[in-house]
Design a protein around this ligand. Structure first.
Ligand SMILES: [Zn+2]
Ligand SMILES: [Zn+2]
Length: 292
């Protein structure tokens, strides 16, 4: 009897010891995970803090002023940005006469222009507005990347409250050499900022910046005066990125800064449609009116 009690008490002691060990392991693993969490959290805060301090230092060494009112801060302050008008009425981009929903090609032009692959062109503002054009030139040629945010806000204002949930967005690709020289592709920058700007309004868009790639480093379209020559210059410049051959969205909107003849957007639309995309639209900040 005494032996049985002794055995059972040593067994319960053993169980208690094991439970202690398990408890110790549990507590240690909890503190270890908490320590990892805290250090990651601290690293994140430190990174954000250093980024903010660096930004302040950058602005101190290279102060930025609004290009219009010269107020210290952003290159285009909120007040001056809000003065850029957003187009309310949209027209067919070919005849520029018929008012259509979001710049859809009108029935008559669709029949006459079989080599026009774009289904429509959304034009956000006016080419004649000097601040808008100056901002685009400063972004592209003075490489003021920060101007991509106010410009994307113009695109966001135009497409606000419209139904875009079925569309995916993409950009006009730059040739690798040109992108390396400039350091960025303004069309991709606009797309990224547009995506984050719409997200603030709880609108989620699918932005795929690299659906297309550029094969040729052709002459800049704006250096060519003749419309036909522009079409020839851009012909065969783009191809589909092989990674998307089997997972192409059905409806796509291509983002670009300024459109003149729509030749570039149309060439992009041609490649997308030949690869199975059903509907292709373009969206630009402004359009320099030149008739086809
Ligand atoms: Zn201003
Ligand atoms: Zn038309």
């Amino acid at each position: 009897m005494a032996n049985r009690t002794l055995v059972s008490s040593s067994l319960s002691n053993k169980i208690l010891d094991e439970l202690d060990e398990l408890m110790l392991i549990f507590v240690l693993s909890f503190f270890y995970k908490y320590f990892i969490y805290l250090s990651l959290h601290f690293t994140h805060i430190l990174k954000k803090y250093l980024q903010m301090e660096f930004k302040k230092l950058w602005h101190f060494v290279f102060p930025s002023y609004c290009i219009v009112c010269e107020k210290f801060g952003d290159y285009l302050c909120e007040d001056c940005l809000n003065k850029i008008p957003i187009r309310i009425r949209d027209f067919c981009p070919i005849c520029e006469k018929n008012e259509t929903f979001l710049g859809k090609i009108c029935g008559i032009c669709k029949q006459k222009n079989k080599s026009f692959f774009l289904d429509g062109l959304i034009v956000s503002s006016y080419f004649k507005h000097p601040v808008l054009i100056q901002s685009v030139y400063l972004l592209k040629y003075a490489l003021l990347k920060d101007l991509s945010l106010p410009l994307a806000k113009i695109l966001a204002k135009k497409i606000n409250n419209q139904i875009y949930s079925n569309f995916s967005f993409t950009s006009v690709p730059l040739h690798q050499e040109k992108e390396l020289f400039r350091g960025f592709n303004q069309s991709i920058l606009l797309g990224r900022k547009l995506q984050s700007e719409l997200l603030k309004q709880k609108i989620t868009i699918n932005f795929i910046p690299d659906l297309l790639t550029r094969k040729k480093n052709n002459k800049a379209q704006m250096t060519i005066k003749m419309i036909q020559k522009r079409k020839e210059n851009i012909k065969g410049c783009f191809k589909l990125n092989k990674s998307y051959t089997t997972k192409l969205p059905e409806k796509i909107i291509i983002i670009d800064d300024i459109s003149t003849t729509s030749a570039t957007l149309n060439e992009c639309a041609k490649v997308l449609k030949r690869n199975g995309v059903k509907i292709v639209w373009g969206i630009v900040l402004a359009r320099q009116a030149i008739r086809f």
